[in-house]
Design a protein around this ligand. Structure first.
Ligand code: SF4
Length: 380
């Protein structure tokens, strides 16, 4: 394995970062227990989400939940609402759960200890490294997608980066680098590595001429930057058709409609939605699918009406086309059979509930259709 002079690389990274780092809202309080909370929140938000998206969410979050105590005291629905649109909602549920544990067990302060941090929900090796190095200045490594790319290029690793052996190698490299950082600069060294991957060592067209590591970089020496990191072969993403219903208690737009809350565990857990589910091979059509799903989820009978809107969405492991229909409640009292809870709400109240992105789009289509319906009635 290529073994560069880590002390030289770490010192260069820290010096480069001091000049070139971007101004980001979570880079305010630099170190200590006060910094641990914003570091934790920002690192969890940044998982799977772009920096530009996170900035606004982070600022609003810190205004709403400025401390671990404030987050712990909040209602889960309020937390999910603040997270609405960021996706991967288990992250928000875990933040809330972990905040309550930090208050109960650690006096409201994130522990400066690997084992204690790993015992908190939603905190894995990566987040531990970020909190310990950036907030508490301990020489603990970080390995996110950006860092993996930089290190895989630096050492010109020609094996897929998802294999256990390569992952071990990347963690070892990240550790060697941060341990070689100048005294007091462990956090800056890690941040520099991430920043380099985000700004110069980008997936396409890395700007090697500006890179502080260029003369040590094996991919740059061999001209293999475009082939590194080696990604695992892509699997085909499955696609599902899903039917959902805007179930009106009476006349569309004038009566209440039914929202259901997803089960607490699992994907989008705790969020509210227009109920429905996946088209199965036995369903004659989407309307039959919707009637079956609503019966299974809420134990009621509905009549399916016109199509309101169709929304396409890609999750990490599958894609869906969500066909949403107007529907009318015909018989039976709703029961929480396949959902956690349900509510009859007015159209105006829908926005008060934390909704997945797909259901926010349905709600927007619904508001537009309601507006049109009022305009048509007025014209007649
Ligand atoms: S020299 Fe180029 S490929 Fe190597 S780390 Fe720097 S930007 Fe990435």
């Amino acid at each position: 394995m290529y073994s560069p002079d880590f002390a030289v690389l770490a010192a260069r990274l820290v010096a480069w970062h001091a000049v070139h780092q971007r101004v980001l809202p979570w880079r305010g309080a630099r170190a200590g227990a006060r910094a641990a909370y914003p570091v934790w929140i920002s690192e969890i938000m940044l998982q799977q989400t772009r920096v530009e998206t996170v900035e606004g969410y982070f600022q609003r979050w810190m205004e709403r939940f400025p401390t671990v105590e404030a987050l712990a005291a909040a209602d889960l629905q309020e937390v999910l609402k603040a997270w609405e649109g960021l996706g991967y909602y288990a992250r928000a549920r875990n933040l809330h759960k972990a905040a309550r544990q930090i208050v109960a067990v650690h006096g409201g302060v994130l522990p400066a200890d690997r084992k204690a941090l790993l015992a908190l929900p939603g905190i894995g090796e990566y987040t531990v490294g970020a909190i310990l190095s950036i907030a508490y200045n301990q020489p603990e490594p970080i390995l996110d997608g950006n860092v993996k790319r930089v290190l895989a290029r630096l050492c010109d690793i020609d094996q897929p980066i998802s294999t256990p052996a390569v992952l071990r190698q990347l963690w070892a490299l990240a550790r060697a680098l941060v341990e070689a950082a100048p005294t007091g600069a462990a956090g800056a060294c890690n941040e520099a590595l991430m920043e380099l991957g985000a700004t110069l060592c980008t997936p396409q067209s890395p700007r090697c001429l500006l890179c502080p590591l260029q003369d040590h970089c094996q991919a740059a020496a061999h001209g293999t930057q475009a082939e590194r990191p080696v990604m695992p072969p892509r699997k085909q993403t499955p696609h599902y058709d899903v039917a959902a219903g805007v179930i009106w208690a009476g006349s569309p737009y004038r009566s209440r409609l039914l929202l259901a809350q997803r089960p607490a565990a699992g994907m989008l857990g705790g969020l509210w939605e227009f109920p429905g589910g996946k088209l199965e091979a036995d369903d004659a059509d989407l309307a039959a699918c919707l009637r079956r799903e609503i019966d299974e989820e809420l134990g009621i009978e509905i009549e399916v009406g016109d199509l309101l809107t169709t929304v396409k969405h890609a999750y990490t492991h599958f894609r869906i086309t969500l066909h949403t229909f107007h529907a009318r409640h015909v018989a039976g009292a709703p029961q929480a059979i396949g959902c956690q809870d349900w509510r009859w709400v007015t159209l105006d109240e829908v926005g008060d509930f934390p909704l997945p992105v797909t259901d926010q789009k349905i709600a927007a289509a619904l508001r537009a259709a309601a507006h049109e319906s009022v305009a048509t009635r007025a014209a007649n």
